[in-house]
Unconditional design. Structure first.
Length: 287
């Protein structure tokens, strides 16, 4: 009888310190695995954005150039070797292509009004340069240009919206990417020549793409840069230590252009219902 009472008393003592420690360690491992799993999932989504959308548009651009002998929107009969170069021929001056100036060939560093951007309809959000006026039936709509040349585009969001791609930001809210193409004068700090403009990038996604494309996230170096249209200056000198991408994932979407810096009036706000701030990237094309 005495033995049975002793056993009951032993069972009523509860968990030992060792057992509690084991339970806490297991809980910590589970929470850590969940957190790591979210990061792995986000990295996989970023890699998918690059492989399934960005890379495929690079292939489509190069295919167009190889098939037609000129960049997107250029004149095939008299190519000017620049995106949208076909629009600019006639009586205008070399620095005023809006009036029809011939801008290709020779020294093009003095161009102050470069050709408009080629998009599917309107320009993407926060782009500094306006898009070439076009509708879905206009010959300067990006989709029509590609279809006339028989070039296959990435699937994008849907048929007719091949230039768009939707993903979730780190708050779980939807964001939409859009691609356009333009030509930059030689002095532009964001990269000269024909480039792809990508809008709707969260800072986290922009840095990840920059790392995958260039090997380091630098806003002013390499083939993948932040939109900073204008002449190079001393603060953005090449071969410097590096420049951070403007904005960060602690900022909510305001609709204002984010060019430089890492803060602002929205810095530090992070609510689950907020869309995260976005930046614009410039991806230099090989042709």
């Amino acid at each position: 009888m005495k033995m049975q009472m002793q056993k009951r008393a032993d069972r009523s003592r509860g968990f030992t310190l060792v057992e509690m420690a084991v339970v806490l360690v297991i809980i910590g491992l589970i929470l850590g695995a969940v957190s790591i799993g979210k990061d792995v999932q986000r990295n996989a989504e970023y890699a998918k954005v690059k492989q399934k959308f960005i890379d495929q548009w690079v292939v489509a651009y190069n295919t167009f150039e190889q098939r037609t002998g000129s960049p997107i929107g250029d004149m095939q009969q008299e190519p000017r070797l620049m995106v949208n170069g076909a629009n600019y021929q006639g009586t205008g001056t070399a620095t005023n292509v809006a009036a029809g100036g011939v801008v290709s060939g020779g020294d093009m560093s003095g161009i102050t009004q470069p050709p408009a951007t080629i998009c599917q309809g309107a320009a993407g959000p926060k782009m500094l340069r306006s898009a070439q006026t076009a509708t879905v039936t206009d010959p300067f709509a990006l989709r029509n240009i590609m279809l006339r040349a028989g070039v296959r585009m990435p699937p994008g969001r849907a048929e007719g919206r091949e230039d768009r791609y939707v993903y979730l930001d780190s708050n779980g809210n939807p964001q939409e990417l859009q691609v356009c193409f333009q030509w930059n004068p030689p002095t532009y700090q964001e990269g000269a020549g024909n480039v792809m403009v990508i809008t709707g990038l969260t800072p986290d996604l922009a840095r990840s793409l920059d790392q995958m494309i260039d090997g380091k996230p630098d806003a002013i170096e390499g083939m993948f840069r932040q939109q900073r249209e204008g002449n190079r200056n001393t603060t953005d000198a090449g071969n410097a230590a590096g420049v951070e991408w403007g904005a960060n994932n602690m900022q909510f979407y305001t609709g204002a252009n984010v060019i430089t810096g890492t803060g602002g009036t929205e810095s530090g706000r992070r609510l689950d219902e907020d869309q995260i701030e976005t930046v614009v990237a410039i991806y230099k094309m090989n042709q």
